[in-house]
Design a protein around this ligand. Structure first.
Ligand code: NDP
Length: 308
């Protein structure tokens, strides 16, 4: 059976994917965008976005993504539900499978599959996910007003989330596995200057405790072997993200953390005709606006490649 031929395939529907879609559709490249598992990407799990230029009063994350989608559709992007489950980048046209069934072929691909929050991997953590366990303080902090919570991690994200939660909650514990914070000096200062944050150095999480109502506590173990239990209602993970690149492992050059390597100053990957944009290739900045900017770069690179 003849497979569908796509000129420009965009994988992912965060700010990078939609921006690439806006640019490629305006350039008449007839892009087809597959939304993936989380339509709209990570921003749909946040509330207010205050730092996306053009919104002086801030904008709801879901609204921002709905607007970007509408803008991409306005110029003719075909947006489809579905997840790419298999990719063969060994020859052009590239061959891909959607949802394990449908096969398509693409002359060019813009990968904008983003990154996902890391979890510790404890069964009790999985059990209470969404019932007190969260990887997004800005999304869920609201539910823990005037309560006690814990944040795991010692990087910038953990510090940022802890200070944010401290403005809502009664007490915030930071559970840090090393004897120091990895975060920038400025963020460390903010944490140390916030009276209702207590940093617990050299502790690891043993178990998240809870009942039918959700999380009620957490057992942590010091590196000297002693254990203690914290009574908390919210358990927040801030231990980094992992890029969604499983599909491309062994096919594209990735860095040690699994992020797609791109040629400096471009979106070009190690395979000609395949471009990467957004968090999937950016372990450092991870902002909506930088993702959108890199989506634009990928679209322009892709356009040049297709016109050649
Ligand atoms: P990081 O990788 O910087 O930090 C992750 C933290 O989680 C570290 O303290 C790490 O500990 C800890 N950790 C990792 N795995 C585990 C585990 N299994 N158990 C317990 N602790 C664990 O991730 P971030 O998300 O904080 O930051 C990512 C990037 O984004 C950084 O470059 C950061 O600077 C940047 N960023 C910048 C911000 C800003 O400037 N405003 C805000 C947020 C992020 P250990 O130190 O022991 O490895």
């Amino acid at each position: 059976m003849e497979k569908e031929q796509i000129k420009c395939l965009i994988i992912g529907s965060g700010p990078a994917g939609y921006t690439a879609a806006i640019y490629t559709s305006r350039a008449n490249l007839a892009p087809v965008l597959y939304e993936g598992i989380e339509p709209g990407g990570q921003l749909t799990t946040t509330t207010e976005v205050d730092n996306f230029p053009g919104y002086p009063e801030g904008v709801d994350g879901n609204q921002l993504m709905a607007d970007l989608r509408k803008q991409a559709e306005r110029f003719g992007t075909e947006i489809r539900r579905g997840t790419i489950t298999k990719a063969d980048l060994s020859a052009r046209p590239f061959r891909l499978t959607v949802d394990g069934e449908k096969e398509i072929e693409a002359q060019s691909i813009i990968i904008a599959t983003g990154a996902s929050a890391r979890y510790l991997g404890l069964p009790s953590e999985t059990k209470f996910r969404g019932q007190g366990v969260s990887a997004c303080a800005t999304c869920d902090g609201f539910f823990y007003r005037k309560k006690d919570v814990a944040v795991v991690g010692g990087g910038d994200t953990a510090c940022e989330e802890a200070t944010y939660l401290a403005s809502l909650c009664r007490q915030v514990y930071m559970i840090v596995r090393k004897p120091f914070l990895r975060a920038s000096q400025a963020m460390q200062q903010r944490v140390m200057n916030t009276p209702n944050i207590e940093v617990l150095f050299e502790y690891n999480t043993v178990e998240v405790l809870g009942d039918d109502s959700g999380v009620t506590g957490v057992t942590i173990r010091h590196n000297d072997g002693s254990e203690r239990t914290l009574d908390i209602a919210g358990f927040f993970l801030a231990i980094g993200h992992h890029p969604n690149t499983e599909l491309f492992r062994d096919q594209l050059e990735l860095d040690a953390e699994g992020y797609i390597r791109t040629e400096a100053g471009t979106s070009r990957t190690s395979v000609e005709g395949v471009f990467a944009a957004g968090d999937v290739q950016d372990p450092h900045y991870r902002q909506a606006i930088t993702a959108a900017g890199s989506g634009c770069v990928a679209a322009l690179d892709c356009e040049r490649f297709l016109r050649r």
